[in-house]
Design a protein around this ligand. Structure first.
Ligand SMILES: Nc1ncnc2c1ncn2[C@@H]1O[C@H](COP(=O)(O)OP(=O)(O)OP(=O)(O)O)[C@@H](O)[C@H]1O
Ligand SMILES: Cc1ncc(COP(=O)(O)O)c(N)n1
Length: 503
């Protein structure tokens, strides 16, 4: 047994079966432990050949070997909390009971696993009595609705209030706290409740419309075991674990693991070590869109100087309208920025946009020809996307949404500049020079560095939302260039819509 200074992490043991696809059992438990900052350990009760569709086979090693595993841990490591999952047979359940009686861990969470989501039995029928006896050795028991019925030898409750009543009776008669799980209820919510002899605390949560529910019970009970040694009571513990689980369920499908009931994303909230810089990853993801952008007739005509003046002006007018909205979203990034440096950078960007907008009107849209011409559908769609991310997204998502405007223009500007050659006789030479300017490239690089920094601070789910916002902005950028009618003489006097959308 180790002595000396206090441990830097709580040491939590899972006693459960396996899932080679990593969604349930000890594999899920270890991820839950890690997600909650605990040091995870695992003793395997049964080897289960299963995947997201169901259980194919179960192998239960001799209980002497189970005892050897439990003793190997217990003889060497001080265990701060235990989570017990699949027990498979009566002999296994009894052996775990003897070990609990011998070692008396300070926190024991019993997930009375009986039947998998797939409908496969994970506990022999003749082992139910032994699991009922284990309830007396647990501090918290976490039954779903059918398991609660079996523990009480009663039919499965059909309503939430009937289930709460059963949970109250189990808590009273067995002197245990019950975490009643409402996942099997159906309906718009997925409530749970923490029930002891005298109180019922209901925890509401929305039901996530998803197929990623494999191993939710395992993951929740493991999270609770990992947190309890560091939390003052069960309600605080379960509330926190449940909030995490709801996020993990919501992020599960994006993992694309299996074609059946998939796992949850245990690490949805956590930054990933070794991830590529966000800007590099996103840039590669939009390679196709970048190629499409280069091929647009508008971009080609702009580069070689053959673009008609009317088309250029129609574009510049929409760009000015866009910049006014873009400025607001940059100001929002400034408002959310975590450092003074980032705050100042985005604020300068917001201010520059307004200066550029004014200059476009002054220098490139002569004679007030475009006064009063509204934003096109394409421009509006882009600005609405940006403003929506600004209104509801985190700082990281806002940086991702605004980045393509910097990065694509710096990239296209540099390439148009190279393609155009001598700008002296180019009709749009000074415009091209603005975006091909190394100073603009430097701003784009700084915006990218800030998005990279933001991405390092967020979990996988937020990073996925960052990428989605970035790709959407790139799609809008392509549509923006492509919206200009290259042949029409776009004049507000003759056309109702200044820029007919071609996308
Ligand atoms: N679709 C869902 N959306 C949100 N929460 C859910 C959903 N499905 C299950 N949960 C939550 O997941 C946890 C496990 O619930 P459930 O009642 O399904 O237990 P279980 O049957 O033991 O789990 P398992 O499916 O792993 O065997 C509970 O907190 C429940 O509220
Ligand atoms: C080893 C093991 N333990 C528990 C479950 C229950 O999880 P689910 O009901 O989500 O399949 C499982 N499938 N496998």
């Amino acid at each position: 047994m180790t002595t000396g200074p206090p441990a830097s992490r709580v040491r939590v043991l899972s006693v459960a079966g396996t899932d080679p696809t990593g969604g349930a059992g000890v594999q899920a438990d270890l991820k839950s432990f890690a997600a909650h900052g605990a040091y995870g350990m695992a003793v395997v009760t049964a080897l289960v050949a299963q995947n997201t569709h169901g259980v194919r086979d179960v192998h239960v090693p001799d209980v002497a070997f189970l005892r050897a595993q439990l003793d190997a841990v217990g003889d060497d490591v001080r265990v701060d909390a235990v989570k017990i999952g699949m027990l498979a047979t009566r002999a296994v359940a009894l052996e775990v009971g003897y070990w609990l009686a011998r070692t008396r861990p300070p926190v024991v969470v019993l997930d009375p696993v009986m039947v998998a989501t797939s409908g496969d039995r994970l506990l022999d029928a003749d082992a139910e009595d032994a699991v009922r006896d284990l309830v007396g050795a647990a501090h918290l028991v976490t039954p779903n609705l059918p398991e609660l019925g079996v523990l009480l030898r009663e039919p499965t409750a059909r309503t939430w209030s009937a289930a709460l009543d059963q949970a109250r009776r189990l808590a009273r008669t067995r002197d245990v706290v019950v975490l009643l799980k409402g996942g099997h209820l159906g309906g718009a919510a997925s409530p749970d409740a923490v029930v002891d002899a005298t109180t019922v605390v209901e925890l509401d949560a929305p039901r996530v419309a998803t197929t990623a529910t494999h191993g939710t019970g395992c993951s929740l009970s493991a999270a609770v075991a990992a947190l309890r040694p560091r939390r003052p009571d069960w309600v605080t513990t379960v509330r926190e674990a449940k909030q995490w689980l709801t996020g993990a369920i919501a992020a599960g499908e994006a993992l694309r693991v299996g074609s059946g009931r998939g796992p949850v994303d245990h690490l949805h909230h956590a930054p990933t070590l070794g991830a590529r810089p966000f800007g590099d990853e996103a840039w590669d993801v939009v390679a196709g869109l970048r190629a499409a952008c280069d091929d647009l007739p508008f971009v080609r005509a702009l580069a070689d100087g053959t673009l008609r003046r009317a088309a250029f002006e129609a574009y510049v007018h929409q760009d000015a309208l866009y910049l006014a909205a873009y400025s607001r979203v940059l100001a929002r990034a400034s408002e959310l920025a975590p450092t003074g440096e980032a705050q100042a950078f985005w604020a300068r960007g917001a201010s520059t946009c307004l200066d550029v907008e004014a200059a476009l009107h002054r220098d490139r849209l002569a004679h007030g020809r475009y006064a009063g011409v509204p934003a096109s559908a394409v421009t509006t769609a882009y600005t609405e996307h940006l403003l929506a991310v600004g209104a509801t997204g985190t700082y990281a998502e806002v940086t991702a949404a605004v980045l393509p405007c910097y990065r694509l223009y710096a990239d296209i500007g540099a390439r148009i500049l190279a393609r155009a050659g001598d700008l002296a006789d180019h009709p749009y030479g000074d415009w091209v020079a603005t975006y091909g300017d190394p100073a603009f490239a430097a701003s784009a690089a700084q915006a990218g560095a800030l998005a990279d920094a933001a991405a390092r601070e967020v979990g996988a789910a937020t990073r996925a939302r960052m990428l989605a916002a970035y790709v959407r902005s790139c799609e809008h950028e392509v549509a923006f260039f492509d919206q200009v009618d290259l042949v029409a003489d776009v004049s507000p006097g003759r056309r109702r819509e200044a820029v007919p959308a071609r996308v």
